[in-house]
Design a protein around this ligand. Structure first.
Ligand code: MN
Length: 205
């Protein structure tokens, strides 16, 4: 049975970029619902019980068709949100340093140009989905709760939830304002570590 991981910080710690109210609903209700529905689907196929979430998501073709869509949507929701909470931290933001900071500058010109490119891509998502920074520093989007790992890709370095539930209470329809504020809570040391290691060892739930 999968479980929603506890946050590494308090619900109100990301304010004002993201309010306590949003964090409580997003973590305790939305993420919990993905996990509950994932577990309910997996109960129908007990033979899958020993597989990790990443193993399920990277091998969706091997999941019985009857629950494949549920595992994709609910399992993707669990995976994406587990990452999302770690992408953020209180008293964070600023610019990445080290190899990642250098690589972003080399690719985009400077950090601000990178953020503009990322915001433009995230702003272009039609409806609900995510925008991701990949290990090769490309910026991609996925619809719904999909993740690049489902299409044979690697796990992203960083990503932002652009479902309305992630920002509407604070920003109403102004997704662009949410995206601009989001940079103030990015946990760059975590992202830099993913860039250096490019593995998901700590996500072996
Ligand atoms: Mn969400």
């Amino acid at each position: 049975m999968f479980k929603v991981p506890a946050l590494d910080y308090d619900y109100g710690d990301l304010a004002p970029a993201i309010s306590k109210h949003i964090m409580e609903l997003h973590h305790d209700k939305h993420h919990q619902a993905y996990v509950d529905k994932l577990n309910a689907a997996l109960e129908q196929s007990p033979e899958l019980g020993s597989r990790t979430l990443l193993n399920l998501l990277t091998n969706l073709d091997s999941v019985p068709e009857a629950i494949r869509t549920a595992v994709r949507n609910q399992g993707g929701g669990h995976y994406n949100h587990t990452l999302f909470w770690k992408f953020m931290a209180p008293h964070a933001g600023g610019e990445p340093s080290g190899n990642l900071g250098k690589a972003l500058n080399d690719k985009f010109g400077d950090f601000q140009k990178f953020t503009e490119a990322f915001e433009a891509k995230a702003g272009s998502v039609f409806g609900s989905g995510w925008a991701w920074l990949m290990p090769d520093l490309s910026i991609v989007t996925t619809p719904n709760q999909d993740n690049p790992v489902m299409n044979g890709g690697t796990s992203p370095l960083l990503g932002v939830d652009v479902w309305e539930h992630a920002y509407y209470l604070d920003y109403l329809n102004k997704r662009a304002d949410y995206l601009k504020a989001w940079w103030n809570v990015i946990n760059w040391p975590f992202v830099e570590a993913r860039f250096a290691q490019n593995n998901d060892a700590e996500l072996a739930f």
